[in-house]
Design a binder for this molecule. Structure first.
Ligand code: UT7
Length: 330
């Protein structure tokens, strides 16, 4: 580890929150809707249940609730917020951005609010963007929200995809603080983002404003995505640890995007991260795309597992393909 007395601006995680729709959809119930079984879903993905948005529950309402809880956890008032970034692929409207709608709901009146669209990697991308905005002095107190209602873009007759996803939202409050430039100081240490647009047809939605004029449905070549995920996730995790000068054994918690239990455990094994250091929520949330990382983080902070001062590695991979990782000292 490099140690220096030089002070730098860090984006520090000051609080977190989450929100889930009321309705829980179990594998047993899904088995009455499509030709599937609890055994198949659990064995192939690790998912037992997921939350599904009902009437009145949208990406905006879930995101705003998660943000309120994150601000309360941080002990920070809305008047201090000067940036809102929402990671979502299921916005309430084509425009304006869901972030603008949430800004109005919260009563935030300064700074900017916009959405980031990188599908399941959205939250990691949003952290990367906010980290840069805080370091360059454009924001001092940012809300980073991952919020999704994927149930509304699923083809409920396609058993290969509809069993995998769920709805929800998570949020973090990030504040600018001055700290010595060492991995021991709090804040985001390293963020790395990647895209390979040649793979855009492996995981996509077959509609949009400029093509069909419809919302469309999610389509995925699961086995292809799986193959790339294992390679890309391990590579970007190694990349951020190398840049930060830390070893896998230094990482206290691995908070990954929750797509598939086999991907998470395989990656951790490959990098030498202990299984009991992985925060796993996909059993109860399914894959909530950009919401899965902040949902998992919030759960593990609130149940006392992740504590202040610990080193946390976030990673995600999704449609695009996009992938990325963030190493942070909480
Ligand atoms: O979040 C963004 C990133 N997304 C991911 O990382 C997802 C990556 N992919 C995966 O997690 C896995 O590929 C899946 C969980 C989607 C699928 O698991 P798999 O082991 O790759 O299964 P498969 O797609 O190769 O399908 C195996 C069999 C097929 O039958 P045949 O062709 O072997 O006869 C499918 O038709 O399972 C069948 N199948 C199902 N059977 C029961 C597919 N879906 C279902 C289902 N229930 N829901």
């Amino acid at each position: 580890m490099t140690v220096s007395g030089r002070q730098v601006v860090r984006a520090v995680i000051a609080g977190c929150g989450s929100a889930l729709p009321r309705r829980v959809l179990t594998n047993a119930e899904l088995s009455t809707m499509v030709d599937t079984s609890d055994e198949w879903i659990v064995e192939r993905s690790g998912i037992h249940a997921r939350h599904i948005a009902g009437e009145g529950e949208t990406t905006r309402s879930l995101g705003a609730e998660a943000a309120r809880r994150a601000l309360a956890h941080a002990g920070i008032g809305v008047e201090e917020v000067d940036m809102i970034v929402v990671a979502t692929s299921t916005p309430d409207l084509t425009f304006p951005a869901t972030a603008a709608l949430i800004q109005a709901d919260l009563g935030v009146q300064k700074g900017a609010a916009f959405d980031v669209q990188a599908v399941c990697s959205g939250f990691v991308y949003a952290l990367g963007v906010v980290d840069a905005l805080i370091k360059t002095g454009q924001a001092r107190c940012a809300l980073v929200i991952g919020a999704e209602t994927f149930s509304r873009i699923l083809d409920w007759t396609d058993r290969a995809t509809c069993v995998l996803f769920g709805d929800g939202a998570g949020a973090m409050v990030l504040v600018a603080e001055h700290h010595p430039d060492t991995p021991a100081s709090p804040g985001l240490l390293v963020t790395r983002l990647h895209t390979d647009g040649r793979q855009n047809d492996k995981l996509f939605v077959d509609g949009g404003p400029s093509t069909t004029g419809t919302v469309g449905h999610l389509r995925m070549e699961g086995r292809e995505v799986f193959k790339h995920a294992v390679v890309n996730i391990a590579a970007v995790m190694e990349e951020v640890m190398t840049v930060a000068g830390v070893q896998p054994a230094d990482v206290d918690w691995f908070v990954p995007h929750q797509a598939n239990r086999r991907i998470l455990e395989g990656t951790a094994r490959k990098l030498g991260i202990r299984a009991d250091r992985i925060v796993m929520t996909l059993d109860r949330h399914g894959n909530t795309s950009a919401a899965s990382i902040p949902l998992a983080f919030d759960l593990a902070v609130k149940d006392g597992r992740i504590r202040k001062g610990e080193l946390v590695l976030f990673e995600a991979m999704g449609g695009g393909f996009t992938w990325g990782a963030v190493l942070a000292r909480f």
